[in-house]
Design a protein around this ligand. Sequence first.
Ligand SMILES: [Fe+2]
Length: 559
Amino acid sequence: MPRTPWPVSRRQVLAAGGTSLLAATANATRAAARTRKARAAGSDGTPEQIHLTWGENPATGVVVSWASPEAATRPRVRIGQRVIKAEPRQYTDGISGETVRTYHARVDGLRPGATYAYAVTADNDGNAADPFTATFQTAPHGRAAFRFTSFGDLGTPNTAWMLSYGQSAYAVDAVESFQPLFHLLNGDLSYADLNPTVQPEVWRDFGNNNQTSAANRPWMPCPGNHEVEFGNGAQGLTSYLTRYTLPDNKVPGFGGRWYSFRIGSVLFVSLDADDVAYQDAGAFVAGPAALTPAVSTGNPAIEPGTSFYIRGYSGGAQTAWLERTLAAGRRDDSVDWIVVQMHQCACSSSATGNGSDLGIRQHWLPLFDRYEVDLVLNGHDHDYERSFPVRGADASAGHEVATGAVVDTLRPHPITTTDNGVFDTSQGTVHLILGCGGTDVPLDEYGTDAADAQRQAKVFTRANRPLPTAAADVFTRAGADAAEDAVWSARRDTTTGYGIAVFDVNPDPEDFGGHTAITVTQYHAMGADPVNPATGAKGAPTPDYTEFETFTLVRPRRA
Ligand SMILES: [Fe+2]
């Protein structure tokens, strides 16, 4: 089905799929009239931005979350004969002063590997006569085959917002086209922080765009630098945390920021790399004007040159949790694979993007080595890059950009540089940069060392806090301070900055005796770059995702 132009509502899009466009339009008109009526009554509790996440056990539970324009009365989910009350959760945006209302219904006690239909409604649902319905599937029990997909850096399709782009809608459609059990969304979700006076409106467009897929299968996120918003909590994550209910990490004070869950023989670990990355890339007032919150918030103006830098916020609690979680995973004979999701990158050689970060290499790569993490999925740079399996570090392999002086960037050491399409990740971790979701500004331009023609990566080895510029009250943040030859880089997509990775877990493949396998295929949206950096060709959003490359990860099966 061709994508209906934004901002036609999801209900219209869904309706148009199964009925005539005329009927869909009539339905939409009636829905709009109901919505107007509900709003006139002063309480529009119509569910929107509906999305699923896994419950504590993905084989038996999900959480249904949504928002409504105004307070919903008796918000609830209906599933079979059960009616499950939703827990309301709200916050007041620290810049606009607008209150955002969300609802979370925990649906437990389900059967593994089963398909369920559910409905979302409230007493003051404008669609009460015909509430929103969708279906989802629970995770399989035991060592079973399943598929998941991933990308980060999505944005919204509403190009009124900074960094939003039409590809964002096609990217959501792409997830649906592959019908994964669930999707990993690797940070930088809506970019609301770049539209600071209208953050809730940007999140609303993000949520309504995602609903096309996220109401049908869990979308599991991690925070990126753009989730760090002024005025919204100690780490600026209140918008994110209010919208998502995520598995409990049991670390007091840090719920939702990082978590793990288990599906089949795979342990998934989701991290907040804002806690360890050196790069300062959260909310920022560049100036010359201050950012002035609405009077109702009582918040003072945020002066030019202010950035929201949260490195180290957990005081080591996240890294300690990570070590406990990885150790427990490797002690468990029913776990073959460990897949880590985080936004910022240890292995990215984007030239126009952010590059790699020494903070992740210092704090987390030694743990990935010790506990044999198989795969790390990132976003942050808006492109696709795959590393060789890496283990350990090459000492003093970097240099300072400004002076050329030697810097120890802890360059990840590739255990092979033979790109034969099959990699044993018990020997080294493969890193994938998947910031190829849908946001504007593709960063598919990669570094080359002019001296030796080798691939080159930029590396942040220290904080790039705001610096004054020649213009009065205007500040900037510098790019990465160091560079290295990127000997770990195996494949980079120079044709487009947009794509989606599809992972097929095959616990007992016939053709890799004694091993278990994950087949990875990267599909890309050729021609979606507004301007391709390599060729200068002008492009536009496209629904066509075609195969870029496929490869297989293997490791010995446990027990
Ligand atoms: Fe980012």
